[in-house]
Design a protein around this ligand. Structure first.
Ligand code: PLP
Ligand code: CA
Length: 317
């Protein structure tokens, strides 16, 4: 059976809202789509906050800093603080600072295949970051020279304790060579997320997952993943926000990341909204395969805005 479809201002929707104190909100596909806010969501968030609910924004997007995400939310009329924003890059910074700060001085640095947002998130957490996005990493002669250096055991840095892989518009072969050898020499292999694609301009492009997949393929090792649906991320979220799991609901537009994240994390509920990647057809397909272990949400809705319980203040929204 399909999960219930919530609609505006019904008793069922009110009971659903009453079941939770905290909503974990995915961003792209729930709050906004590309550069456009999703209609009515800002007012809905305000109405839920007026009813005493806590909102936490949990995104797999590691290409933007938390302050950028904050500015984006404010641009769409949502007032919140930076403490309410939780990105996979920030999660990586919290997780690694716990581990690496306990390690010896010889394993303190983090080699990043990512973008400036990940680098700044890790640096702000006090970690020492090696960012190979410099010209020195791009010429063919440099690649050939580095083969010999790496092979003879003289990598550029000898204190790498972790390799972090996220979305990198400047990804290249040499970065992969270095990352591979640091991991072979004992560095942790961390992926900010393993999303296969990200949506933009009504289509999709390769996302961070292809880079960690390249490393996994060369090393035959899987990364520790810091994005939804990984439960490593859930553990950090639970601790950071002191969640009462039974009273927390995950809201998202993807069954394979958001809904799985909430269900496997033991949250009280999950809500799939149809304003992003998944449509009703995907839900029907998941329902057919339910016996094979596909996860279903507690409920679904055409948009998060159906949870708005306050009267219209004007018809101009
Ligand atoms: N990764 C990248 C690079 C993105 O651009 C996006 C969405 O814009 C995501 C991941 C997914 O973000 P979310 O978890 O908010 O849907
Ligand atoms: Ca999303």
């Amino acid at each position: 059976m399909l999960p219930p479809c919530l609609t505006e201002r019904t008793g069922e929707t009110e009971r659903f809202i009453a079941d939770y104190d905290t909503f974990l909100l995915d961003c792209d596909g729930v709050i906004w789509s590309g550069n456009e806010a999703i209609l009515g969501v800002a007012k809905t968030i305000q109405s839920l906050e007026n009813a005493g609910k806590r909102m936490i924004f949990v995104t797999n997007n590691s290409t933007e800093s938390r302050s950028h995400q904050l500015a984006q939310l404010q641009k769409f009329g949502i007032s919140c603080s930076i403490e309410q924003i939780f990105t996979s890059g920030y999660c990586t910074a919290i997780y690694l600072s716990q581990i690496l700060n306990q390690r010896s001085q010889t394993q303190k640095s983090v080699f990043v295949i990512g973008n400036p947002a990940i680098v700044s998130e890790l640096s702000e957490a006090g970690l020492s970051v090696i960012d190979p996005s410099t010209d020195a990493y791009f010429s063919e002669e440099v690649v050939l020279g580095h083969f010999e250096k790496i092979a003879t055991g003289t990598p550029l840095h000898s204190d790498v304790g972790a390799v972090v892989v996220g979305m990198d518009l400047k990804f290249n072969y040499l970065k992969l060579c270095h990352a591979m050898h640091y991991i072979r020499n004992g560095a942790l292999f961390i992926a900010t997320n393993t999303d296969s694609t990200f949506p933009i301009f009504d289509t999709v492009f390769p996302a961070a997952g292809f880079i960690s997949a390249a490393l996994s393929h060369t090393l035959d090792v899987k990364p520790r993943v810091m994005g939804k649906p990984s439960q490593l991320m859930m553990e950090v979220v639970k601790k950071r926000y002191d969640l009462n799991l039974r009273r927390t609901c995950m809201v998202g537009d993807r069954l394979d990341t958001d809904i799985r994240f909430g269900v496997e994390g033991g949250l009280g509920g999950t809500l799939l909204v149809l304003t992003g990647v998944c449509g009703e057809d995907d839900l029907k397909k998941a329902e057919k395969n339910a016996e094979e272990g596909t996860l279903l949400p507690t409920a679904f809705a055409r948009s998060f805005s159906v949870l708005d319980t306050e009267d219209e203040v004007s018809g101009l929204e």
